[in-house]
Design a binder for this molecule. Structure first.
Ligand SMILES: Cc1cc2nc3c(=O)[nH]c(=O)nc-3n(C[C@H](O)[C@H](O)[C@H](O)COP(=O)(O)OP(=O)(O)OC[C@H]3O[C@@H](n4cnc5c(N)ncnc54)[C@H](O)[C@@H]3O)c2cc1C
Length: 509
């Protein structure tokens, strides 16, 4: 490690990162206005060649922030309060995803909360806070795992308990980044990271560590309060990987942390013209750490690749994340199905055998996710930490299937939508000199022109637009490299009884 490295914390390490204890005093859920106010800090966010001064006023991402703010407000509405919140031990109303489940009913309640959160965007705002809350809850419920850490100068388990409380009591919106950029595929596939690009520890002091490098990818990064920087799931337990082995969380506005965003998909269009991208731009960013100081109190794992490698599985964080994801994907599948059925009915194609067959395929995919979710919740059980978890197998099946299901659903929407996905005049065309033409020529047997154009603009935003294409990419990759996930699934599957049955037949006299 380079002792001479310049770092952003040299001047005043204690101020470089917000004190974890001083800010743990909230009382639960926040309003949208409080969330937006919290985003107005010194965060370093870049997009399309410029640094953004205030993400809440930046056209490329402010409507996504406003959408999330409106969801946070709904947490305290009568219709939703009992589903998406619970009273913690202090009597504070907190997000349900923070509730450490102690029964099968708690798992069911968590599922209902996930479904409700997803319904607010029909699954199109993928990274709602309940995803990360679920993971954090699992780590906080399994701190004995973190207590095994022996390196560094921190009480890792205590740090997690305090951070969980900070997040829960202040209704923090979190993002995370788990994956180092690949510099050389062969090197990456052998479980090693490149010193040129990967995030690594470059200095250790009595106050904390200094990290340098990059991570992929933080969805919602510019619109989050805090970022969890957790271990990559492919960290091999070798000496080489010690500088890459850590888990910590810091505010997005930490000095030296830069978010380099992709181009926006919110082009400022009306909700009619761009029903999804005008609402649900959640933004993804590569995260660059330029000698960022991380105080010990913000660190949960350090210098022990074998622990990092087990973390998500041993705490069951991955199971709770899969639960949130399955709920969201069910809602999203139902939404796509709704669009397909509307299109088929509008044109009378709901009488066509071929069309019905294609939509039935989407129905079957949707019902598969529903059945897997039901199976997982119905077989919820106590885990090794004394908490409840849904059964992993069905959820793991769902997370392996959905990256294949979703692109097929989009393909079916394209096959059924065909050229109508291009027959999409703008909202303004209904009131300009084209108005009469548009009213006349865009009608369908069961739908007037305005509704038809609205429906197909929605289908376009799902299946064709930059927003929609990014959604498909997200579904393929956001939970990790599909081949690795499938390989892990194979490893965990109970294969021996099946092999025994084959052996039994072959050995039958
Ligand atoms: C829209 C979108 C949003 C995302 N949001 C987030 C987010 O919020 N947070 C986050 O952390 N990530 C996020 N991701 C990143 C996602 O985790 C990665 O895309 C996914 O893990 C695949 O990694 P990769 O893209 O680097 O692909 P790859 O380079 O193919 O692989 C990634 C890793 O897998 C390993 N690997 C690949 N193949 C093998 C092999 N055969 N054997 C052993 N190891 C192998 C490599 O070591 C490498 O480290 C997002 C991705 C997308 C597309």
């Amino acid at each position: 490690m380079d002792e001479s490295t310049h770092n952003h914390a040299d001047a005043a390490p204690e101020q470089a990162t917000q004190s974890i204890t001083s800010s743990a005093s909230g009382t639960g859920i926040r309003t949208g206005a409080q969330y937006l106010e919290g985003l107005r800090d010194d965060r370093e966010v870049w997009t399309e060649g410029k640094r953004i001064a205030d993400v809440t006023r930046e056209p490329s991402m402010m409507r996504g922030a406003q959408t999330l703010a409106s969801f946070l407000d709904r947490q305290d509405e009568d219709t939703y309060r009992d589903t998406v919140t619970y009273l913690d031990d202090d009597g504070d109303r907190c997000a349900t995803a923070y509730m450490i489940p102690k029964s099968k009913e708690d798992i069911a309640q968590r599922g209902r909360a996930y479904v409700q959160w997803a319904r607010w965007s029909n699954g199109m705002f993928g990274r709602t806070p309940d995803y990360k809350n679920a993971s954090l809850m699992a780590f906080a419920g399994a701190t004995e795992f973190l207590a095994q850490g022996t390196k560094g100068q921190a009480d890792f388990a205590g740090n997690m308990t305090t951070f969980y409380k900070l997040a829960r009591k202040n209704d923090k919106v979190l993002t995370h980044t788990l994956v180092n950029p690949t510099f050389n595929f062969q090197q990456a596939a052998s479980g090693k990271f490149s010193e040129k690009v990967a995030l690594q520890v470059v200095k250790e002091t009595d106050a904390g560590i200094i990290v340098n490098g990059a991570r992929l990818l933080a969805t919602l990064g510019p619109l989050a309060d805090e970022i969890e920087v957790f271990p990559s799931t492919v960290l091999r337990a070798t000496e080489d990987n010690i500088p890459f082995a850590f888990a910590f969380a810091i505010p997005i506005a930490t000095p030296g942390l830069k978010l380099i965003c992709r181009d926006t998909y919110d082009h400022g269009k009306s909700h009619f013209d761009a029903p999804l991208s005008s609402r649900y731009e959640e933004m993804d960013a590569v995260v660059v750490f330029e000698n960022v100081f991380i105080p010990w109190e913000r660190i949960f794992m350090y210098g022990e690749p074998h622990l990092c490698n087990q973390a998500f599985a041993a705490t069951n964080a991955v199971v709770h994340m899969m639960h949130q994801v399955a709920c969201g994907k069910l809602v999203k599948s139902e939404f796509l199905l709704g669009i397909l059925c509307s299109i088929a009915r509008a044109s009378g194609r709901d009488k066509d055998l071929h069309t019905k067959g294609l939509i039935a395929e989407v129905m079957q995919m949707t019902e598969t996710i529903r059945a897997l979710l039901f199976s997982a919740e119905a077989q919820a059980h106590e885990d090794q930490h004394g908490n409840f978890i849904p059964l992993r197998g069905p959820l793991d099946t769902s997370r392996n299937l959905f990256p294949k299901f979703y692109p097929r659903m989009i393909e079916i929407l394209q096959l059924i939508g065909s050229s109508s996905l291009m027959a999409t005049p703008a909202e303004a065309d209904f009131s300009n000199e084209l108005g009469t033409d548009v009213e006349q020529y865009f009608q369908l047997t069961n739908m007037d022109s305005r509704d038809r154009v609205g429906l197909f603009r929605l289908a376009h935003d799902v299946a064709i637009s930059g927003f929609g294409t990014r959604q498909a990419l997200y579904e393929r990759f956001f939970f990790g490299p599909p081949a690795l996930i499938a390989s892990g699934y194979y490893d965990l599957y109970d294969k021996d009884p099946l092999i025994d049955r084959v052996d039994a037949l072959l050995n039958e006299a």
